[in-house]
Design a protein around this ligand. Structure first.
Ligand SMILES: Cc1ncc(COP(=O)(O)O)c(C=O)c1O
Length: 472
Protein backbone atom coordinates (compact mmCIF):
# COMPACT_ATOMS: atom_id res chain seq x y z
CA UNK A 1 0.00 0.00 0.00
CA UNK A 2 1.35 3.48 -0.90
CA UNK A 3 2.17 6.10 1.71
CA UNK A 4 -0.77 8.26 0.69
CA UNK A 5 -3.21 5.39 1.08
CA UNK A 6 -1.81 4.57 4.50
CA UNK A 7 -2.23 8.04 5.99
CA UNK A 8 -5.69 8.28 4.40
CA UNK A 9 -6.66 5.05 6.07
CA UNK A 10 -5.54 6.29 9.48
CA UNK A 11 -7.24 9.64 8.87
CA UNK A 12 -10.50 7.84 7.96
CA UNK A 13 -10.36 5.58 11.02
CA UNK A 14 -9.79 8.48 13.41
CA UNK A 15 -12.46 10.57 11.71
CA UNK A 16 -14.95 7.70 12.06
CA UNK A 17 -14.10 7.28 15.75
CA UNK A 18 -14.62 10.99 16.35
CA UNK A 19 -17.83 11.45 14.34
CA UNK A 20 -19.42 8.27 15.72
CA UNK A 21 -18.85 9.54 19.25
CA UNK A 22 -16.44 6.73 20.14
CA UNK A 23 -13.82 9.41 20.81
CA UNK A 24 -15.73 12.03 22.77
CA UNK A 25 -15.31 15.79 22.40
CA UNK A 26 -12.39 16.87 24.55
CA UNK A 27 -10.67 13.49 24.65
CA UNK A 28 -6.90 13.51 24.01
CA UNK A 29 -5.33 11.87 20.96
CA UNK A 30 -2.20 9.78 21.39
CA UNK A 31 1.13 11.55 20.73
CA UNK A 32 2.39 11.07 17.14
CA UNK A 33 5.34 8.89 18.12
CA UNK A 34 3.24 6.61 20.33
CA UNK A 35 0.49 6.10 17.75
CA UNK A 36 3.09 5.48 15.03
CA UNK A 37 4.63 2.72 17.16
CA UNK A 38 1.23 1.23 18.00
CA UNK A 39 0.23 1.06 14.33
CA UNK A 40 3.67 0.12 13.04
CA UNK A 41 3.85 3.11 10.67
CA UNK A 42 6.24 6.05 10.33
CA UNK A 43 5.73 9.19 12.40
CA UNK A 44 5.26 11.18 9.19
CA UNK A 45 2.18 9.13 8.29
CA UNK A 46 0.57 10.09 11.61
CA UNK A 47 1.63 13.74 11.20
CA UNK A 48 -0.17 13.86 7.83
CA UNK A 49 -3.32 12.18 9.15
CA UNK A 50 -3.45 14.58 12.13
CA UNK A 51 -2.82 17.55 9.81
CA UNK A 52 -5.86 16.62 7.70
CA UNK A 53 -8.05 16.30 10.78
CA UNK A 54 -6.78 19.63 12.06
CA UNK A 55 -7.47 21.28 8.73
CA UNK A 56 -11.05 20.04 8.98
CA UNK A 57 -11.32 21.45 12.48
CA UNK A 58 -12.15 18.05 13.98
CA UNK A 59 -9.09 18.06 16.22
CA UNK A 60 -6.88 20.86 17.53
CA UNK A 61 -3.57 21.06 19.33
CA UNK A 62 -3.23 22.81 22.64
CA UNK A 63 0.11 24.32 23.50
CA UNK A 64 2.26 21.86 25.37
CA UNK A 65 -0.43 19.26 25.97
CA UNK A 66 -1.00 17.52 22.62
CA UNK A 67 -4.05 17.17 20.42
CA UNK A 68 -7.70 16.94 21.44
CA UNK A 69 -11.03 16.20 19.80
CA UNK A 70 -12.72 19.53 19.04
CA UNK A 71 -16.35 20.55 19.15
CA UNK A 72 -17.15 21.70 15.62
CA UNK A 73 -19.12 24.84 14.95
CA UNK A 74 -21.62 24.10 13.60
CA UNK A 75 -21.14 20.58 15.02
CA UNK A 76 -22.09 17.68 12.77
CA UNK A 77 -24.75 15.62 14.56
CA UNK A 78 -22.79 13.33 16.86
CA UNK A 79 -24.55 10.74 18.95
CA UNK A 80 -24.11 10.51 22.69
CA UNK A 81 -24.79 6.77 23.01
CA UNK A 82 -25.07 6.88 26.74
CA UNK A 83 -27.75 9.54 26.60
CA UNK A 84 -29.72 7.52 24.03
CA UNK A 85 -29.66 4.25 25.99
CA UNK A 86 -31.36 3.15 29.20
CA UNK A 87 -29.65 4.99 32.02
CA UNK A 88 -30.68 2.15 34.31
CA UNK A 89 -28.45 -0.52 32.73
CA UNK A 90 -26.19 -2.25 35.25
CA UNK A 91 -22.70 -0.72 35.25
CA UNK A 92 -20.16 -2.63 33.19
CA UNK A 93 -18.72 -5.13 33.73
CA UNK A 94 -21.94 -6.48 35.25
CA UNK A 95 -21.96 -9.55 37.50
CA UNK A 96 -23.31 -11.57 34.58
CA UNK A 97 -20.54 -10.43 32.22
CA UNK A 98 -17.91 -11.01 34.90
CA UNK A 99 -19.16 -14.51 35.64
CA UNK A 100 -19.47 -15.58 32.01
CA UNK A 101 -16.06 -14.08 31.23
CA UNK A 102 -14.23 -16.25 33.78
CA UNK A 103 -13.50 -19.11 31.39
CA UNK A 104 -12.42 -16.80 28.54
CA UNK A 105 -9.95 -15.14 30.85
CA UNK A 106 -8.81 -18.31 32.61
CA UNK A 107 -9.53 -21.27 30.28
CA UNK A 108 -7.98 -23.90 32.60
CA UNK A 109 -9.66 -22.69 35.74
CA UNK A 110 -11.27 -25.13 38.19
CA UNK A 111 -14.72 -23.69 37.88
CA UNK A 112 -17.03 -23.64 40.91
CA UNK A 113 -18.54 -20.37 39.65
CA UNK A 114 -20.74 -21.36 36.71
CA UNK A 115 -24.09 -22.91 37.59
CA UNK A 116 -24.44 -25.76 35.13
CA UNK A 117 -24.07 -29.50 34.70
CA UNK A 118 -20.52 -30.42 33.73
CA UNK A 119 -19.14 -31.50 30.37
CA UNK A 120 -18.93 -35.07 31.67
CA UNK A 121 -22.74 -35.21 31.72
CA UNK A 122 -22.84 -33.99 28.12
CA UNK A 123 -21.03 -37.16 27.03
CA UNK A 124 -23.33 -39.48 28.98
CA UNK A 125 -26.52 -37.61 27.96
CA UNK A 126 -26.32 -38.75 24.34
CA UNK A 127 -27.63 -35.30 23.37
CA UNK A 128 -24.86 -34.45 20.86
CA UNK A 129 -26.09 -37.33 18.64
CA UNK A 130 -29.54 -35.72 18.49
CA UNK A 131 -27.96 -32.41 17.49
CA UNK A 132 -25.91 -34.13 14.77
CA UNK A 133 -28.87 -35.90 13.21
CA UNK A 134 -31.06 -32.80 13.51
CA UNK A 135 -28.37 -30.74 11.80
CA UNK A 136 -28.78 -32.96 8.70
CA UNK A 137 -32.46 -32.04 8.36
CA UNK A 138 -33.15 -29.15 6.02
CA UNK A 139 -35.96 -27.61 8.09
CA UNK A 140 -33.57 -27.07 11.04
CA UNK A 141 -32.28 -24.01 9.23
CA UNK A 142 -35.63 -22.23 8.80
CA UNK A 143 -38.11 -20.45 11.01
CA UNK A 144 -40.49 -22.22 13.33
CA UNK A 145 -43.52 -20.67 15.04
CA UNK A 146 -43.01 -17.59 17.23
CA UNK A 147 -44.47 -19.41 20.24
CA UNK A 148 -42.05 -22.29 19.73
CA UNK A 149 -41.97 -25.63 17.94
CA UNK A 150 -45.44 -27.18 18.45
CA UNK A 151 -44.06 -30.69 19.04
CA UNK A 152 -41.67 -29.42 21.72
CA UNK A 153 -44.49 -27.55 23.46
CA UNK A 154 -46.59 -30.72 23.43
CA UNK A 155 -43.80 -32.74 25.04
CA UNK A 156 -43.36 -30.04 27.66
CA UNK A 157 -47.04 -30.23 28.60
CA UNK A 158 -46.56 -33.95 29.37
CA UNK A 159 -43.22 -33.32 31.06
CA UNK A 160 -44.68 -30.73 33.46
CA UNK A 161 -47.62 -33.03 34.18
CA UNK A 162 -49.84 -30.40 35.84
CA UNK A 163 -53.58 -30.11 35.38
CA UNK A 164 -53.14 -26.32 35.18
CA UNK A 165 -51.12 -26.67 31.98
CA UNK A 166 -53.16 -28.90 29.72
CA UNK A 167 -52.41 -27.44 26.28
CA UNK A 168 -49.37 -26.46 24.20
CA UNK A 169 -51.14 -23.12 23.70
CA UNK A 170 -50.17 -22.33 27.29
CA UNK A 171 -46.46 -22.77 26.61
CA UNK A 172 -44.03 -20.27 25.07
CA UNK A 173 -40.48 -21.35 24.18
CA UNK A 174 -37.84 -18.73 24.98
CA UNK A 175 -34.09 -18.26 24.51
CA UNK A 176 -33.30 -19.51 28.00
CA UNK A 177 -35.46 -18.77 31.02
CA UNK A 178 -33.64 -15.44 31.31
CA UNK A 179 -35.46 -14.29 28.17
CA UNK A 180 -38.68 -15.72 29.61
CA UNK A 181 -38.19 -13.57 32.70
CA UNK A 182 -37.37 -10.57 30.52
CA UNK A 183 -40.62 -11.01 28.58
CA UNK A 184 -42.68 -11.48 31.74
CA UNK A 185 -41.13 -8.51 33.55
CA UNK A 186 -41.51 -6.24 30.51
CA UNK A 187 -45.14 -7.25 30.17
CA UNK A 188 -46.14 -6.99 33.83
CA UNK A 189 -44.21 -3.95 35.05
CA UNK A 190 -42.98 -0.53 33.91
CA UNK A 191 -39.89 1.45 34.93
CA UNK A 192 -40.42 2.75 38.46
CA UNK A 193 -42.81 -0.08 39.45
CA UNK A 194 -42.20 -2.21 42.53
CA UNK A 195 -41.32 -5.88 42.10
CA UNK A 196 -40.81 -8.35 44.92
CA UNK A 197 -38.15 -11.00 45.21
CA UNK A 198 -36.50 -13.22 47.81
CA UNK A 199 -33.28 -11.89 49.23
CA UNK A 200 -30.71 -13.18 48.44
CA UNK A 201 -31.75 -14.13 44.93
CA UNK A 202 -30.48 -15.25 41.52
CA UNK A 203 -28.35 -12.31 40.38
CA UNK A 204 -29.59 -12.46 36.76
CA UNK A 205 -33.08 -11.55 37.98
CA UNK A 206 -31.77 -8.61 40.05
CA UNK A 207 -29.74 -7.27 37.15
CA UNK A 208 -32.74 -7.61 34.85
CA UNK A 209 -35.25 -5.84 37.10
CA UNK A 210 -32.83 -3.06 37.95
CA UNK A 211 -31.76 -2.57 34.34
CA UNK A 212 -35.43 -2.23 33.37
CA UNK A 213 -35.70 0.56 35.93
CA UNK A 214 -37.91 -1.41 38.34
CA UNK A 215 -37.63 -1.01 42.08
CA UNK A 216 -36.82 -4.27 43.79
CA UNK A 217 -38.43 -4.83 47.18
CA UNK A 218 -36.57 -7.61 49.00
CA UNK A 219 -38.40 -10.28 51.01
CA UNK A 220 -36.24 -12.19 53.50
CA UNK A 221 -36.10 -16.00 53.58
CA UNK A 222 -35.35 -18.77 56.01
CA UNK A 223 -34.81 -22.50 55.55
CA UNK A 224 -38.57 -22.92 54.79
CA UNK A 225 -38.37 -20.41 51.96
CA UNK A 226 -39.73 -16.92 51.50
CA UNK A 227 -41.06 -15.30 54.74
CA UNK A 228 -44.76 -15.02 53.95
CA UNK A 229 -45.39 -13.12 57.20
CA UNK A 230 -43.07 -10.33 56.01
CA UNK A 231 -44.61 -10.49 52.53
CA UNK A 232 -48.07 -9.94 54.00
CA UNK A 233 -46.84 -6.85 55.87
CA UNK A 234 -45.40 -5.46 52.63
CA UNK A 235 -48.58 -6.19 50.68
CA UNK A 236 -50.72 -4.49 53.31
CA UNK A 237 -49.21 -1.12 52.40
CA UNK A 238 -47.98 -1.30 48.79
CA UNK A 239 -48.98 -2.82 45.46
CA UNK A 240 -46.01 -4.49 43.73
CA UNK A 241 -46.56 -5.66 40.13
CA UNK A 242 -45.39 -9.24 40.77
CA UNK A 243 -43.32 -11.51 42.99
CA UNK A 244 -40.37 -13.43 41.50
CA UNK A 245 -39.49 -16.58 43.46
CA UNK A 246 -37.27 -19.66 43.16
CA UNK A 247 -39.14 -21.84 45.67
CA UNK A 248 -37.35 -25.11 44.95
CA UNK A 249 -33.59 -25.52 45.59
CA UNK A 250 -33.24 -21.79 45.61
CA UNK A 251 -30.21 -20.15 44.00
CA UNK A 252 -27.99 -19.39 45.92
CA UNK A 253 -29.15 -20.75 49.33
CA UNK A 254 -30.37 -24.20 48.19
CA UNK A 255 -33.45 -23.79 50.43
CA UNK A 256 -36.84 -25.17 49.43
CA UNK A 257 -40.14 -23.58 50.35
CA UNK A 258 -42.16 -25.88 52.60
CA UNK A 259 -45.55 -27.22 51.46
CA UNK A 260 -47.32 -25.07 54.09
CA UNK A 261 -45.58 -21.88 52.97
CA UNK A 262 -46.51 -22.65 49.36
CA UNK A 263 -50.19 -22.73 50.33
CA UNK A 264 -49.84 -19.55 52.41
CA UNK A 265 -48.12 -17.79 49.53
CA UNK A 266 -50.85 -18.77 47.08
CA UNK A 267 -53.49 -17.58 49.54
CA UNK A 268 -51.75 -14.19 49.74
CA UNK A 269 -51.55 -14.02 45.96
CA UNK A 270 -55.33 -14.57 45.77
CA UNK A 271 -56.08 -12.10 48.55
CA UNK A 272 -53.98 -9.29 47.06
CA UNK A 273 -54.19 -10.15 43.35
CA UNK A 274 -50.43 -10.61 43.22
CA UNK A 275 -48.98 -12.36 40.14
CA UNK A 276 -46.29 -14.90 41.10
CA UNK A 277 -43.43 -15.73 38.74
CA UNK A 278 -42.19 -19.18 39.75
CA UNK A 279 -38.69 -20.00 38.49
CA UNK A 280 -38.44 -23.79 38.75
CA UNK A 281 -35.00 -24.25 37.18
CA UNK A 282 -33.74 -26.82 39.71
CA UNK A 283 -36.90 -28.93 40.33
CA UNK A 284 -35.59 -32.14 38.77
CA UNK A 285 -32.17 -31.87 40.38
CA UNK A 286 -32.94 -33.32 43.80
CA UNK A 287 -30.19 -35.13 45.67
CA UNK A 288 -32.53 -37.19 47.84
CA UNK A 289 -36.34 -37.23 47.82
CA UNK A 290 -38.46 -35.29 45.37
CA UNK A 291 -39.42 -31.72 46.32
CA UNK A 292 -42.98 -30.53 47.11
CA UNK A 293 -45.21 -29.79 44.09
CA UNK A 294 -44.57 -26.63 42.13
CA UNK A 295 -46.61 -23.55 43.07
CA UNK A 296 -48.11 -23.76 39.57
CA UNK A 297 -49.41 -27.26 40.32
CA UNK A 298 -51.28 -25.82 43.36
CA UNK A 299 -52.48 -22.69 41.58
CA UNK A 300 -56.29 -22.55 41.38
CA UNK A 301 -56.55 -18.94 40.26
CA UNK A 302 -54.13 -18.82 37.33
CA UNK A 303 -51.96 -16.27 39.18
CA UNK A 304 -48.73 -18.25 38.81
CA UNK A 305 -46.52 -17.85 35.76
CA UNK A 306 -44.20 -20.85 35.50
CA UNK A 307 -40.65 -20.62 34.19
CA UNK A 308 -38.17 -23.40 33.49
CA UNK A 309 -35.07 -24.09 31.41
CA UNK A 310 -33.03 -26.75 29.66
CA UNK A 311 -29.92 -24.91 30.88
CA UNK A 312 -30.03 -26.91 34.11
CA UNK A 313 -31.75 -30.07 32.81
CA UNK A 314 -29.23 -30.29 29.96
CA UNK A 315 -26.80 -27.54 28.93
CA UNK A 316 -26.82 -23.73 29.10
CA UNK A 317 -25.41 -23.18 25.61
CA UNK A 318 -28.67 -24.54 24.17
CA UNK A 319 -30.34 -21.31 25.31
CA UNK A 320 -33.78 -22.88 25.43
CA UNK A 321 -36.25 -22.33 28.23
CA UNK A 322 -40.02 -22.05 28.50
CA UNK A 323 -42.85 -20.17 30.15
CA UNK A 324 -46.17 -21.83 31.02
CA UNK A 325 -49.13 -19.68 32.00
CA UNK A 326 -52.84 -19.17 31.48
CA UNK A 327 -53.84 -18.87 27.81
CA UNK A 328 -54.36 -15.11 27.91
CA UNK A 329 -50.91 -14.43 29.30
CA UNK A 330 -49.29 -16.99 26.98
CA UNK A 331 -50.79 -15.09 24.03
CA UNK A 332 -49.47 -11.78 25.31
CA UNK A 333 -46.03 -13.28 25.94
CA UNK A 334 -46.04 -14.64 22.39
CA UNK A 335 -46.73 -11.11 21.12
CA UNK A 336 -43.71 -9.90 23.11
CA UNK A 337 -41.60 -12.84 21.92
CA UNK A 338 -42.39 -11.86 18.33
CA UNK A 339 -40.18 -8.82 18.87
CA UNK A 340 -37.14 -11.13 18.80
CA UNK A 341 -38.88 -13.36 16.15
CA UNK A 342 -38.45 -16.87 17.64
CA UNK A 343 -36.09 -19.26 19.45
CA UNK A 344 -33.50 -21.22 17.44
CA UNK A 345 -35.07 -24.03 15.42
CA UNK A 346 -32.15 -26.50 15.46
CA UNK A 347 -32.06 -26.69 19.25
CA UNK A 348 -35.84 -27.02 19.50
CA UNK A 349 -35.96 -29.86 16.95
CA UNK A 350 -33.13 -31.72 18.69
CA UNK A 351 -34.87 -31.33 22.04
CA UNK A 352 -38.21 -32.47 20.63
CA UNK A 353 -36.54 -35.66 19.34
CA UNK A 354 -34.78 -36.18 22.69
CA UNK A 355 -38.06 -35.89 24.58
CA UNK A 356 -39.93 -38.01 21.98
CA UNK A 357 -37.45 -40.83 22.62
CA UNK A 358 -37.84 -40.51 26.38
CA UNK A 359 -34.11 -39.77 26.78
CA UNK A 360 -34.41 -36.92 29.32
CA UNK A 361 -35.55 -39.02 32.30
CA UNK A 362 -32.66 -41.55 32.17
CA UNK A 363 -30.20 -38.71 31.57
CA UNK A 364 -31.42 -36.95 34.70
CA UNK A 365 -31.29 -40.16 36.76
CA UNK A 366 -27.69 -40.60 35.72
CA UNK A 367 -26.81 -36.92 36.21
CA UNK A 368 -28.34 -36.91 39.70
CA UNK A 369 -26.14 -39.88 40.68
CA UNK A 370 -23.06 -38.09 39.43
CA UNK A 371 -24.03 -34.83 41.12
CA UNK A 372 -24.64 -36.65 44.45
CA UNK A 373 -21.15 -38.10 44.29
CA UNK A 374 -19.69 -34.67 43.45
CA UNK A 375 -21.68 -33.00 46.26
CA UNK A 376 -20.40 -35.61 48.72
CA UNK A 377 -16.79 -34.91 47.74
CA UNK A 378 -17.23 -31.17 48.06
CA UNK A 379 -18.96 -31.67 51.39
CA UNK A 380 -16.17 -33.86 52.76
CA UNK A 381 -13.77 -30.96 52.17
CA UNK A 382 -16.16 -28.39 53.62
CA UNK A 383 -16.44 -30.59 56.70
CA UNK A 384 -12.72 -30.42 57.13
CA UNK A 385 -12.87 -26.61 56.83
CA UNK A 386 -15.17 -26.28 59.86
CA UNK A 387 -12.33 -25.72 62.37
CA UNK A 388 -11.51 -22.68 60.22
CA UNK A 389 -14.93 -21.28 61.11
CA UNK A 390 -16.87 -21.92 57.92
CA UNK A 391 -20.55 -22.94 58.01
CA UNK A 392 -22.83 -24.48 55.39
CA UNK A 393 -25.96 -26.60 55.07
CA UNK A 394 -26.05 -29.68 52.89
CA UNK A 395 -28.33 -28.82 49.92
CA UNK A 396 -31.17 -31.24 49.18
CA UNK A 397 -30.98 -30.42 45.51
CA UNK A 398 -29.86 -27.83 42.99
CA UNK A 399 -26.25 -27.08 42.14
CA UNK A 400 -24.73 -25.15 45.05
CA UNK A 401 -23.22 -25.02 48.51
CA UNK A 402 -23.89 -21.65 50.14
CA UNK A 403 -20.99 -21.23 52.49
CA UNK A 404 -20.52 -18.67 55.24
CA UNK A 405 -16.95 -17.60 55.99
CA UNK A 406 -15.56 -16.53 59.36
CA UNK A 407 -15.78 -12.81 60.07
CA UNK A 408 -12.08 -12.13 59.56
CA UNK A 409 -12.09 -13.44 55.95
CA UNK A 410 -13.23 -11.07 53.23
CA UNK A 411 -14.99 -13.08 50.46
CA UNK A 412 -13.83 -10.81 47.61
CA UNK A 413 -10.19 -11.01 48.74
CA UNK A 414 -10.47 -14.77 49.16
CA UNK A 415 -11.92 -15.00 45.65
CA UNK A 416 -9.06 -12.95 44.17
CA UNK A 417 -6.45 -15.17 45.87
CA UNK A 418 -8.18 -18.34 44.72
CA UNK A 419 -8.36 -17.03 41.13
CA UNK A 420 -4.59 -16.50 41.22
CA UNK A 421 -4.28 -20.16 42.24
CA UNK A 422 -6.60 -21.33 39.42
CA UNK A 423 -9.94 -21.77 41.23
CA UNK A 424 -13.08 -19.68 40.71
CA UNK A 425 -16.32 -19.41 42.66
CA UNK A 426 -19.03 -16.82 43.14
CA UNK A 427 -19.05 -14.16 45.80
CA UNK A 428 -22.28 -13.85 47.85
CA UNK A 429 -22.65 -10.09 47.35
CA UNK A 430 -23.80 -10.73 43.76
CA UNK A 431 -27.06 -12.11 45.10
CA UNK A 432 -27.89 -9.06 47.18
CA UNK A 433 -29.61 -5.85 46.27
CA UNK A 434 -26.77 -3.71 47.52
CA UNK A 435 -23.25 -4.96 47.52
CA UNK A 436 -23.09 -5.01 51.28
CA UNK A 437 -20.35 -6.62 53.36
CA UNK A 438 -21.52 -10.18 53.71
CA UNK A 439 -19.82 -13.44 54.65
CA UNK A 440 -21.00 -15.82 51.87
CA UNK A 441 -19.52 -17.56 48.86
CA UNK A 442 -21.35 -19.92 46.47
CA UNK A 443 -19.67 -23.10 45.30
CA UNK A 444 -21.19 -25.03 42.40
CA UNK A 445 -20.61 -28.78 42.75
CA UNK A 446 -22.03 -29.93 39.41
CA UNK A 447 -19.76 -28.29 36.84
CA UNK A 448 -16.45 -30.06 37.60
CA UNK A 449 -15.66 -33.76 37.77
CA UNK A 450 -14.84 -35.31 41.16
CA UNK A 451 -11.02 -35.17 40.70
CA UNK A 452 -11.13 -31.47 39.95
CA UNK A 453 -13.45 -30.82 42.88
CA UNK A 454 -10.91 -32.55 45.08
CA UNK A 455 -8.04 -30.49 43.70
CA UNK A 456 -9.93 -27.20 43.78
CA UNK A 457 -11.18 -27.65 47.33
CA UNK A 458 -7.65 -28.40 48.56
CA UNK A 459 -6.52 -25.10 47.03
CA UNK A 460 -9.39 -23.21 48.69
CA UNK A 461 -8.43 -24.84 52.03
CA UNK A 462 -4.84 -23.66 51.66
CA UNK A 463 -5.89 -20.13 50.73
CA UNK A 464 -8.37 -20.06 53.62
CA UNK A 465 -5.70 -21.20 56.04
CA UNK A 466 -3.29 -18.53 54.80
CA UNK A 467 -6.12 -16.00 54.83
CA UNK A 468 -6.77 -16.67 58.51
CA UNK A 469 -3.12 -16.20 59.26
CA UNK A 470 -2.80 -13.06 57.11
CA UNK A 471 -6.24 -11.67 58.16
CA UNK A 472 -7.29 -11.47 54.46
C1 LIG B 1 -32.81 -19.53 39.23
C2 LIG B 1 -32.28 -19.34 37.86
N1 LIG B 1 -33.08 -18.91 36.88
C3 LIG B 1 -32.63 -18.71 35.64
C4 LIG B 1 -31.32 -18.95 35.31
C5 LIG B 1 -30.86 -18.69 33.89
O1 LIG B 1 -31.28 -19.71 33.09
P1 LIG B 1 -31.13 -19.68 31.49
O2 LIG B 1 -29.76 -20.17 31.17
O3 LIG B 1 -32.19 -20.61 31.03
O4 LIG B 1 -31.38 -18.30 31.02
C6 LIG B 1 -30.45 -19.39 36.29
C7 LIG B 1 -29.03 -19.62 35.96
O5 LIG B 1 -28.17 -19.70 36.80
C8 LIG B 1 -30.93 -19.60 37.59
O6 LIG B 1 -30.15 -20.03 38.58
Amino acid sequence: MGRKALYTKIYNQLRYQILSGELAIGSPLPPERKLAMQLGVSRNTIVRAYAELEAEGIIASRMGSGRYVEALTPAPARIDWHYHTLGTLAPAPSHMAELLGVTDKYPDIINFAHGDGGKHTLESSGFPDYVKSTAEQLHSYYFTSVQGLPELREHLVSWMDMEQISSPEQVVITSGSQEGLYLIASLLARPGDLVLTEMPTYFGSLQLFQSLGMQVVPVPMDADGLRVDVLERILSHCRPRFLYTVPTYHNPTGWTMSAIRRKQLLALSEKYGLPIVEDDAYRHLHLDKEPPPALKALDHSGHVVYLNTFSKLLFPGLRIGWVAANRKLAQLLTRMKELSITTNTLGQLALAAYLRNGALRPHLENARLQYSEQAAIMESHLDRFSPLGIRYERPKGGFYFWVSLPEEINPRKLMARCLERGVSFTCGDMFLLREAEQPYIRLCFTHERSEKIDRGMKIIAEVLQQGKELQL
